[in-house]
Ligand binder design. Structure first.
Ligand SMILES: Nc1nc2c(ncn2[C@@H]2O[C@H](COP(=O)(O)OP(=O)(O)OP(=O)(O)O)[C@@H](O)[C@H]2O)c(=O)[nH]1
Ligand SMILES: [Mg+2]
Length: 436
């Protein structure tokens, strides 16, 4: 068990050089993507000492960057005593080992994926979170076993980014079979946990509670928003991937309707596919939601692209059909003009500041609106011996009229479609005009 456990301390900041290649494919501007890579590196405890860029039509198969650029990198690494070179795009295992050979020991070459996996390894706290991270790390490591460990024989001293997972293993100790066995074990274990989660989730469904999930780009302010709305103290910090494990809190809306609000792992552009796959059991919380709140950092110049990246992941996890509301957070950082433009161009979105605690009522109102969208008005006669059902009528429905008559409680209520299903056997009159 402990063999693959990620370790989490960075004693001395490593000196990192970032490398970005502009493939001219549009999308994210290179300098913004590199700035984000720099924040990832910083979150992981490294210090960025230089940045190298190149414009290419397509990556060079052997080394990703051109050979001239690789030589430039060699001297930069020497002059700046860099410990690690971090590529913004995913390197193939052979590109990674070719580059390490060119740069010479002890410089490490890693990519965005390895960096994100390393951060996840340091931020995972729950059992499930750690298993998910281990699965993603081992899937990443498996095709790179030779490349990553070949040079570690007889030399076990290089620590830091990218070497924490599987740290201390020698090539002889770690073979592919072992890693594969571990991967299958982790998959089984996570499937079981997901099954358990599904049972909890079904229980919540049965109870008729409306479920809202907070999703969004990392650092958009999801945890801060959860804290403000529910008075919790979930860890929120100005770093990437502060949250890995989902937290669910209950909340009562003004009309008395109870809902749950779930905060979960943030997304990022170029999110490693292994991570999305590994985090299936956590992301199941999003899949099970009745409403998705897409939280966006309105002050970020790439807000629109971040939203697109979030939509991509939502599609990946088959959650793009769930009703959703876009929530522009951090509006305190915009001036009045910018706010006006934003609200005029996105009339359906909610603008707020989680930190400044304004706009929250508007969001709650909007959630209430969404939650009651499929409500129906029904009149049911709930027998006196159905105590639980009577309680549910009072707690989960908006009671329009009620009267205790012979045979039970005659109640006319506005009920969610789920509650209406539960009440179906006792309905004496139904009006199926939603929203009436
Ligand atoms: N100015 C401003 N800062 C905010 C606001 N909301 C959150 N922040 C800050 O943004 C940073 C990230 O907030 P978090 O709540 O941790 O963001 P998150 O979306 O949960 O991020 P991850 O868990 O890392 O994916 C923190 O430093 C917050 O204080 C806001 O409305 N205005
Ligand atoms: Mg968070």
């Amino acid at each position: 068990m402990s063999r693959f456990e990620p370790l989490s301390t960075v004693p001395v900041p490593e000196r990192a050089i970032l490398v970005g290649v502009d493939l001219g494919r549009g999308g994210w501007p290179l300098e913004d993507s590199l700035a984000e890579l720099g924040r990832l590196a910083k979150t992981d405890g490294a210090e960025v000492v230089s940045t190298v860029t190149q414009r290419l039509d397509s990556p060079v198969p052997r080394t990703f960057i051109g050979s001239g650029k690789a030589q430039e990198l060699v001297s930069l690494v020497r002059n700046l005593s860099a410990d690690v070179v971090i590529f913004d795009d995913e390197l193939s295992p052979s590109q990674q080992s070719n580059l390490e050979r060119i740069l010479g020991e002890p410089t490490k070459v890693i990519d965005r994926t390895a960096l994100i996996l390393d951060i996840f390894g340091q931020h995972a706290t729950t059992h499930e979170g750690r298993l998910q991270v281990q699965l993603a790390q081992l899937q990443y490591v498996l095709p790179r076993l030779r490349g990553m460990w070949g040079h570690l024989v007889g030399e076990q001293t290089r620590g830091g980014i990218g070497s924490r997972f599987g740290q201390g293993e020698s090539q002889l100790e770690v073979d592919r079979r072992l890693v594969r066995d571990r991967i299958s074990w982790l998959r089984r274990e996570l499937r079981e946990l997901e099954g358990r989660r599904r049972v909890q989730s079904k229980a919540r469904w049965d109870s008729g509670i409306y479920r809202v999930a907070l999703v969004g780009y990392t650092n958009a302010g999801k945890s801060t928003l959860l804290n403000q709305l529910t008075g919790s103290e979930v860890y929120a910090k100005d770093e990437l991937f502060a949250t890995l494990d989902p937290t669910t809190r209950r909340l009562e809306l003004e009309e008395g309707r109870k809902i749950t609000l779930t905060d979960t792992v943030g997304f990022i552009q170029k999110l490693p596919t292994t991570l999305v796959e590994s985090f299936k059991s956590t992301l199941a919380e999003v899949r099970a939601a009745d409403l998705v709140l897409k939280v966006v950092d309105a002050s970020d110049s790439n807000a629109r692209k971040q939203l697109a990246a979030v939509d991509d992941v939502l599609a990946d996890i088959e959650s793009d059909k769930i009703p959703s509301v876009v929530v522009y957070n951090k509006c305190d950082l915009l001036d009045a003009d910018e706010r006006n433009v934003l609200s005029a161009s996105h009339p359906d979105a909610v603008l707020l500041s989680a930190l400044g605690s304004w706009g929250l009522r508007g969001l709650l109102y909007r959630i209430a609106q969404e939650a009651s969208r499929d409500d129906v008005t029904i009149t049911a006669l709930v027998p006196y011996d159905k105590g639980l059902l009577m309680k549910m009528v009072h707690e989960r429905c908006q009671v329009v009229r009620e009267e205790y008559v012979q045979g039970g409680l005659m109640a006319t209520v506005r009920a969610s479609s789920r509650m209406a299903e539960t009440l179906a056997p006792y309905v004496v009159r139904a009006s199926d005009v939603a929203g009436s």
